[in-house]
Design a protein around this ligand. Sequence first.
Ligand SMILES: Cc1ncc(COP(=O)(O)O)c(C=O)c1O
Length: 370
Amino acid sequence: MINKSLKLYEKLSLTNVSFNNNFIKNTKKILNSGIYINGPFSENLEKRFSKFIGVNYAINVSNGLDGLILGLNAFKLIRKKKNLNEVIVPANTYIASILSIIHAGLKPILVEPNIDDYNIDLELAKKKISKNTLAIMPVHLYGRPVDFRKLNYFRRKKIFIIEDASQAHGAHINGKKVGSIGDLGVFSCYPGKNLGSIGDAGIITTNSKKLFMITKTLKNYGSKKKYFNDYIGFNNRMDEIQAAFLIEKLKKLRKINSNKIKIAKTYDKYLNSKFIKPKIDNFHNVFHIYPIRVNKRNKFIKYLKKQKIPFNIHYPIAPHKQKALRKIFGKKILPITEEIHKTTISLPIAPYIPKKKIKEYCLKINKYND
Ligand SMILES: Cc1ncc(COP(=O)(O)O)c(C=O)c1O
């Protein structure tokens, strides 16, 4: 039912059309070189992305989930005590953030979000600190930066910070970009992301030489030197084709983000206030998505379909309510998270959609009666 509308929600071929030719040229170079992994394009992307985010190091990885698992494993290798095994995470994130904690053999401690910006409530998070807290994983959800000025409290308590920046490439507060705040930042480059590739890919960022060395080694079988293994590592590398594509897309990222921001501002201006719209303030939200909240979502969906307005739902079921996690979270009740999952719906925000079309959507949506 949703799938048909999803195809129209964003056509990635249109998002990516402007740099196809450069990418094809570079793909030929890769084919001719015979270097398909750990080559010059990967190195080039790491240099460019670290510069873009404003950090000392970037480490290309296979995808966002693997990047988070690698980061948490790196913390485990350098933690002071074995009992440090809890990671504080927002309850309303995409399930991957929580899965990464479980896959790393750690315990997710769910925290409710703020209802006004959907990001983790850091005052509540403070109360969840225990003698076992290893790390906090703020997630810059939907493209909006977490108010990271409040993270100093956790830093002072020697709690590691791993930012899940998978939805927020280029988001910042007063010029300080997400991915440059924590001990580690992790970006997904899944095709639908603002910096999406043509397959699975991800990037870790850090200012720490130690964490750079460990994550870079861990992703490559725990090996710094071929056939010599220092850690029980993984195979989490990014291939040259993805790197070549991401280099071209990174050149366009500012434009992609600014187009999405313009669309968000158009919705904000023209959509009726009976819909709960995302907060717009001086935080540089890159609007990976544009979520609104409506009470009778199913009825609203029927209306959107009738009006031929594409949509998506991020996300229909809260992680703690998923069958996969029932054993871990039992009957946990998280009212704010549940309310968001019940009422949220994402409107089209692909960067190529003209302002005129968005205005047209708004006028139709405003006529909806619930
Ligand atoms: C918040 C968040 N964390 C982690 C991930 C995992 O990234 P990937 O799909 O590249 O593994 C995603 C995206 O899928 C995400 O949205």
